[in-house]
Design a protein around this ligand. Structure first.
Ligand SMILES: Nc1ncnc2c1ncn2[C@@H]1O[C@H](COP(=O)(O)OP(=O)(O)OP(=O)(O)O)[C@@H](O)[C@H]1O
Length: 264
């Protein structure tokens, strides 16, 4: 579970460029819940994920993961609890290492084991099995360098890596935005499957209103560092993109910037 309470994040405090990116954000995500996060440019979506991962520390407020207060813990210490997939397919894995080595590092995250032990035969079988489930033929390429894979293959791998760890939290930051439409659809389907199986507390940032309603079981909209909409259950199920736009306008009294929020 993730519990964020009264979270304020300020960049460049005391400088002319001071920016209050999050303002008193409260958000609790239970273990099984998949939350899509939407909002226009600069709304604070990535900052929220970065704060949960530990890349930025709160000015005020608290972040708890699995019941532990991690507010002041650095990213490296939180890594065992937090799995992430970034927009840039190159960011989540090491191109110079093999597929197997990348998977072994992911599997060893948060565990007191060396890489050597991590690459045992049974582990290799597990990796093969997980890769075979993707249907991309990667189970036969364990010794290939990660750099040889396409962006979509790397994102799919990043999701598999996320499931190999015992993380309590999965953070997806526009993880399909850099992919071509067919690959993006594949990775989104995989995301649904992975989150469904792992039942991990998941936050997915997207610019697509359609994705925000189609994936997961709750949609949160951020604007200027605040949560302005939070819908789940029957209310969410009955919404379409037009409703979401209408709700945004009602709350903010302004038009959505169509350049930053994709209607479809
Ligand atoms: N490292 C930083 N230093 C200074 N300001 C920052 C930093 N990171 C983000 N900001 C500012 O904080 C605000 C929120 O940024 P953030 O990246 O979280 O928005 P976002 O909702 O993810 O936007 P986008 O959809 O454009 O990625 C923006 O005004 C941004 O310019």
């Amino acid at each position: 579970m993730i519990r964020v309470t009264g979270l304020d994040i300020i960049f460049g405090k005391g400088t002319p460029l001071e920016k209050r990116a999050l303002r008193g954000v409260d958000l609790t995500v239970p273990d099984h819940q998949f939350v899509s996060v939407i909002g226009s440019n600069g709304a604070g979506k990535s900052t929220l994920l970065a704060a949960i991962a530990g890349d930025v520390l709160p000015e005020t407020g608290k972040i708890e993961i699995g019941g532990q207060d991690v507010s002041r813990l650095p990213t490296a210490i939180r890594a065992a609890k937090v799995a992430r997939v970034f927009q840039d397919p190159l960011a989540g894995s090491c191109g110079r290492l093999t597929i197997e080595e990348n998977l072994a590092i992911a599997a060893a995250r948060g565990r007191r084991r060396g890489l050597g032990l991590a690459i045992s035969r049974s582990r290799r079988d597990l990796f093969r099995q997980r890769l075979a489930e993707l249907g991309l033929g990667l189970e036969n390429r364990l010794d290939d360098q990660m750099a040889l894979l396409s962006g979509g293959q790397r994102q799919a791998l990043a999701l598999v890596m996320a499931t190999l760890s015992d993380a309590d939290v999965l953070l997806l930051d526009e993880h399909t935005a850099a992919l071509d439409p067919a690959m993006a659809e594949f990775v989104l389907d995989l995301t649904r499957r992975v989150v469904g199986e792992r039942k991990v507390a998941t936050l997915m940032v997207t610019h697509s209103m359609r994705q925000a309603l189609d994936l997961g079981d709750r949609t949160v909209m951020l604007h200027e560092g605040k949560i302005i909409l939070d819908v789940a259950g029957d209310e969410r199920a009955s919404l379409d993109v037009e409703d979401l736009i209408h709700m945004f306008r009602k709350v903010r009294g302004q038009d959505i910037d169509d350049d930053s929020l994709l209607i479809e």
